[in-house]
Design a protein around this ligand. Structure first.
Ligand code: SF4
Length: 293
């Protein structure tokens, strides 16, 4: 049996020899080997996380956070110098329109509100929006159905052959085009001159209503089947409607044939002239001015 003192001296000598070797190879400390005989616990391995953060670099700026797919992105902030857009929707008479003194300014305001209108699909196919022309103080207002090809090209109602015939009809009444106001139920040409759809009429008719309200004519001449039926809210055709006065917004309204119809149907010219004679008589009765009575 070995003497314990001899064994301890041997261990100390071995430890010193190992210590010298470790220092000679740059070690700052000596890892003790487990010695079951001495009952020493093994030195714990350094924590890799603690080691990595022992000399911590300056914290980097946080990376931008990607939007969560579960959170709806908010609206982008509005540009600071931009006025909020006017809400789309039904056109109501603006207070400034109601307060405007003269009718020309109110019509210009209404035209500006229409803008490059796309309230119905006809706005996508028209060349020009046809708002209306004439005297804002007119006592006779002529209402047609909608722009045709020539009107769409020129942006003015009742031009081309039908417009020339209307001019002759007015001259026969002792009126010029400048003496009346001319507008249509709808302001944009339907493709291939088809009839306007009900939703197109609903989108556009309010503008004519406001034109009538602003101009406040004493008499309305509704030209053609479509215009008369739309204004009078009836399915009765022009042949039965014409020949007597009706009322639109309390204003006497005379339905008659459209000049385009008269160009194709000469038989309609005599009854149309009878209609116009009734209008002249009513104008005279009301004391309204005509160039030639
Ligand atoms: S027809 Fe009337 S409502 Fe339709 S786009 Fe033209 S102006 Fe606007």
């Amino acid at each position: 049996m070995t003497d314990p003192r001899v064994e301890l001296a041997s261990l100390v000598a071995a430890f010193r020899a190992r210590l010298d070797w470790e220092q000679g190879h740059g070690s700052r400390h000596v890892r003790a080997a487990p010695s079951p005989r001495l009952g020493l616990p093994p030195e714990p391995e350094p924590d890799p996380i603690v080691a990595a953060t022992a000399v911590a670099p300056a914290p980097a700026a946080p990376a931008p956070t990607a939007p969560s797919p579960h959170v709806e992105p908010g609206p982008p902030p509005p540009p600071p110098s931009r006025a909020p857009a006017a809400p789309a929707g039904p056109l109501e008479p603006a207070p400034s329109v109601a307060a405007a003194g003269d009718r020309r300014a109110r019509l210009e305001h209404l035209r500006a509100e229409l803008g490059e209108c796309h309230r119905c699909r006809l706005g996508d196919t028209r060349r020009n929006l046809v708002f209306g022309v004439g005297d804002p103080e007119a006592q006779l207002m002529v209402v047609g159905e909608g722009p045709g090809r020539d009107e769409d090209l020129q942006g003015e109602p009742f031009v081309g052959a039908a417009g020339q015939l209307l001019t002759k009809m007015l001259e026969a009444m002792g009126l010029g085009r400048d003496d009346v106001y001319i507008a249509n139920i709808i302001k944009c040409r339907p493709p291939q001159n088809r009839d306007p759809a009900p939703d197109e009429i609903a989108a556009c008719e309010r503008f004519l209503q406001q034109q009538v309200e602003i101009i406040s004519p004493r008499i309305i001449l509704a030209m053609g089947n479509f215009a008369a039926k739309t204004l009078l809210r009836t399915e009765v055709g022009i042949t039965r409607l014409r020949g007597r006065f009706h009322a639109y917004q309390g204003i006497p309204l005379m339905p008659t044939f459209h000049p385009a119809y008269l160009l194709r149907n000469a038989d309609g010219k005599r009854p149309a002239w009878e209609d116009l004679k009734q209008v002249m008589a009513e104008m005279d009765r009301l004391g309204l001015r005509r160039r030639r009575s």
